[in-house]
Ligand binder design. Structure first.
Ligand SMILES: [Fe+2]
Length: 350
């Protein structure tokens, strides 16, 4: 590797002249800007324990009324990205959101895309462009860029969900913004997962023509995803990941442009070793628990815990229960990396 010149080697007068002209020499910072062989990663492998998150979120419910919060969210700040970081990984914003009985989070829309993964509580709902989606534990609900959405709660106990947004990406482009809207007119029919897209492999006939919607399916009910994982597990060799991707039923591709979503099942006692990928990820344990080894760091996780995985990480995940399956929801930035043309997977060293 070539030895590069440093800033100190340059005459002070030259450096001052460059600075006064808003110019910067690349070569002294070449290795920092474009590291050799592997990226420099500040993101730390990290687990946010539900036993820490939940009490703090409920305390936020006592301290801050909805009128003063608009969205009552605690952000998962990756410890490697600095105090108060608004990212769990460089591209993924993760927030934990609490809504108390009778509360609502008013209608708005924004340039970043978001999803909800429901963690606890009954009676919550999200309305997206007039489509009212019930929120049950493990349900995935999309609120894509530019679509009106609001949240409400008609149950009796707190409802908590995880938000994942591509906000760090949109924000880095200085393109993140939101606008408020009026209460939506709700269509008087069940959401599309129960009507137009009831079964995978079947789509409304007209969608094959020119009437394709960008975001045809908003809600992916957990009961169906869990059932599908169980069926896939029955035909998948042990040690091979039982993993299903959430896709747009009309295109068969990822359902949002930047972030991708999938669900993983680990059978009792099973260890999986996914290939090393250029994408970063956040794993949320829907059910069960286990141990993850990320770049040599052993991290235990239980139900409703959330874990950050840096880009290029070596990963191993074990379901430590001898009797029960573990189910994990994965968010990653592979869709964006594929579009930008640099997504890679690396074979594991033997
Ligand atoms: Fe929102």
């Amino acid at each position: 590797m070539m030895e590069l010149g440093t800033l100190e080697e340059l005459p002070v007068a030259y450096r001052e002249k460059l600075a006064s002209s808003s110019l910067t020499p690349l070569w002294p910072m070449m290795r920092a800007a474009l590291p050799y062989d592997k990226p420099n990663r500040r993101t730390k492998p990290h687990v946010w324990a539900w036993s820490d998150v939940r009490p703090s979120l409920l305390e936020a419910g006592r301290l801050t009324p909805m009128e003063k919060a608009e969205r009552r969210v605690l952000i998962l700040s990756n410890p490697g990205l600095g105090l108060g970081a608004v990212s769990a990984t460089p591209s993924i914003f993760i927030g934990m959101q609490l809504i108390l009985p009778g509360e609502s989070a008013p209608t708005h829309k924004h340039s970043p895309s978001a999803i909800r993964m429901v963690i606890e509580g009954k009676g919550g709902y999200t309305t997206v462009q007039g489509e009212r989606c019930p929120m049950e534990k493990g349900d995935l609900i999309l609120t894509p860029s530019g679509l009106w959405h609001e949240h409400g709660h008609e149950g009796t106990d707190p409802v908590i969900w995880m938000d994942a947004l591509d906000l760090p990406i949109v924000g880095s482009m200085e393109a993140a913004y939101a606008v408020d809207g009026d209460l939506q007119n709700v269509r008087g029919e069940p959401d599309s997962s129960q009507t137009r897209y009831k079964r995978s492999g079947l789509v409304p006939y007209n969608s094959l023509g020119s009437r394709r919607a960008d975001y045809p399916l908003i809600r992916y009910p957990w009961a169906e995803v869990r059932d599908a994982l169980n069926s896939l597990a029955g035909v998948t060799a042990r040690g091979e990941a039982v993993q299903l991707a959430y896709v747009n039923p009309e295109t068969g591709r990822e359902c949002l442009p930047v972030l991708g979503f999938s669900a993983l099942m680990l059978r009792p006692g099973e260890t999986i070793k996914p290939v090393r990928r250029t994408s970063s990820a956040v794993l949320h344990c829907i059910e069960g628990g286990g141990q993850a080894n990320i770049d040599g760091e052993a991290l235990r996780f239980s139900e409703s815990d959330t874990m950050a995985i840096p880009t290029h990480a070596e990963i191993e995940i074990t379901n430590t229960s001898p009797t029960h399956p573990t189910f994990i929801f994965q968010v990653d930035d592979a869709p964006m990396q594929r579009k930008l043309g640099f997504y890679e997977e690396f074979a594991r060293a033997k």
